[in-house]
Design a protein around this ligand. Structure first.
Ligand code: UD1
Ligand code: CA
Length: 456
């Protein structure tokens, strides 16, 4: 039995360079706050406790990310990374291994962290390092003649020779609670920044005969932190590229993986095709053979097999069965439910409405608070007038109905099975099954009419 694992996440810093009212760790990558990424990864690594050190914007951070498995620990003054970890000492179990993560380093792979933690025992601690062509600003890894890690020297405290070292401290390390309890109370802030450096514990470890096992990540982006908007944008692109690669491995065609954005969970069947500039949010499911045209936004929706979404459509909180077609320029709002083979054409908005098998609403219409049967044809420019300024009312349209163009259906109203509506009608009363309703001004033709003429 290996020892239990406590995970500490440092997230008290201010993030001045974001120039934002939002605490840094709440800024998103891939639609999720930075700290949420770290917490989700910590869950995969499998700590028994998640101790999150917060300070700046603590209330907002807690409100957003509170969870049963998270304990927030306040660090009122930010006196350094060592000081931050000191705050959690009372919460650590004596027999635990401890993994230290950073709330602003969102994309570390759980596998990398598991390897790091696996090194930890009473005589070894783990340190995650990386080699950078431009190591300026970071803590440098100082090794002895045998190549063993001896210490970390912060950039501001380093001499010229040490500043040549390209191997840097990612900040992520793993050790035991016992060792932290021994070392942290003895930290001093006698250094260039007047801070309590967590990094000083490496030298303490060597002094106490503890070996430093080094792991390195697969890619640099895994250990990159976010301090400004440029770094946020760079990691966003990396994250999206990683998701795009994973989708292509699953058999999805992405016409351009560099122009793909998923800010949630996207699950796909076989032979799905996604054109450029599509954005996926929330939970989106695309069944076999679904095709998404360019410039579409899909949020919290489920698309059945063979459904095709054409260019510039927006779909949110909607369910579409198989073989549907939407767009170009279609808009499905919350509560839109399309049965098999439904067609929604250009400039059509559907809200809180179910539309039956094979029905068509092809042009310039608003369908809201409606139940539409199967085989219905809704003509161009048809509007369900569902709102009297205070209340919303339902429109019910039976199977096989034909609604002529430019019709206003004033709800509440019911159109019976196979009813027909003449173009340009304002329907205010129910129509019985099979009947024709025409509700418009009668046409008059006036013979000999003279058009007015302009005075020259
Ligand atoms: C730290 C490391 C440095 C490493 C670098 C990697 C130390 C002394 N230095 O430097 O070796 O190369 O990270 O990015 O550890 N934080 C708190 N409370 C504090 C101070 C910091 O919670 O009092 C949090 C911050 O919110 C941040 C993280 O700790 O998430 C790192 O702090 P930061 O000030 O950015 O450390 P660096 O100086 O960059
Ligand atoms: Ca930093």
């Amino acid at each position: 039995m290996s020892k239990p694992l406590d995970i500490v996440i440092l997230a008290a810093g201010k993030g001045t360079r974001m120039r934002s009212d939002l605490p840094k760790v709440l800024h998103p990558v891939g639609g999720r706050p930075l700290l949420q990424h770290v917490m989700d990864t910590a869950r995969v690594v499998g700590g028994q406790q998640m101790l999150t050190v917060i300070g700046h914007g603590a209330e907002q951070v807690q409100a957003r990310l509170a969870a049963d498995d998270v304990t927030f620990v306040m660090q009122t003054e930010q006196l350094g990374t060592g000081h931050a970890v000191q705050q959690v000492l009372p919460h650590l179990r004596d027999d635990a291994r401890v993994l230290i993560l950073y709330g602003d380093v969102p994309l570390t792979q759980a596998e990398t962290l598991k390897k790091l933690v696996a090194h930890v025992d009473d005589s070894t601690m783990g340190l995650l390092t990386v080699n950078l062509p431009d190591p300026g600003g970071y803590g440098r890894i100082v090794r002895n003649a045998e190549g063993e890690v001896e210490a970390i020297v912060e950039h501001k405290d380093a001499n010229d020779e040490q500043r040549q070292i390209s191997e840097i401290n990612t900040g992520i390390m793993a050790t035991t609670a016992k060792q932290l309890q021994t070392w942290l109370p003895t930290l001093s802030n006698d250094n260039a920044q007047g801070e309590y450096y967590l990094t000083d514990i490496i030298a303490f470890a060597r002094r106490d005969g503890i070996a430093i096992a080094v792991e390195q990540p697969e890619t640099v982006e895994e250990v990159e932190g976010i301090n400004n908007r440029q770094q946020q944008a760079a990691l966003e692109r990396f994250y999206q590229r990683r998701q795009a690669e994973a989708l292509m491995v699953q058999g999805v065609t992405l016409l351009d993986p560099a122009r793909f954005d998923c800010r949630g969970e996207l699950s796909v069947g076989r032979d799905v095709v996604i054109d450029i500039n599509c954005v996926f949010e929330g939970t989106v499911e695309l069944a076999d053979g679904v095709e998404i045209g360019p410039n579409c936004l899909l949020k919290n929706c489920r698309l059945g097999p063979g459904t095709v979404i054409k260019a510039n459509s927006v779909i949110e909180d909607a369910t579409l069965e198989d073989g549907c077609e939407v767009g170009p320029f279609g808009r499905l709002r919350p509560g839109a439910k399309l049965a098999s083979g439904v067609k929604i054409g250009n400039f059509v908005e559907v809200k809180k409405a179910s539309i039956g098998t094979g029905s068509k609403v092809n042009h310039l219409s608003y369908i809201g608070d409606a139940v539409i049967g199967s085989g219905v044809n809704v003509g161009a420019g048809t509007i369900t007038c569902n709102y009297d300024g205070v209340n919303k009312f339902q429109t019910r349209i039976g199977d096989g109905v034909f609604v002529g163009s430019n019709t206003a259906l004033v709800a509440p109203v019911t159109l019976g099975k196979n009813a027909t509506v003449g173009a340009g009608s304002v329907i205010t009363r129910d129509i019985p099954d099979e009947e024709l309703a025409v509700a418009r001004g009668k046409q008059r033709n006036i013979a000999g009419w003279q058009r007015p003429t302009k005075n020259q």
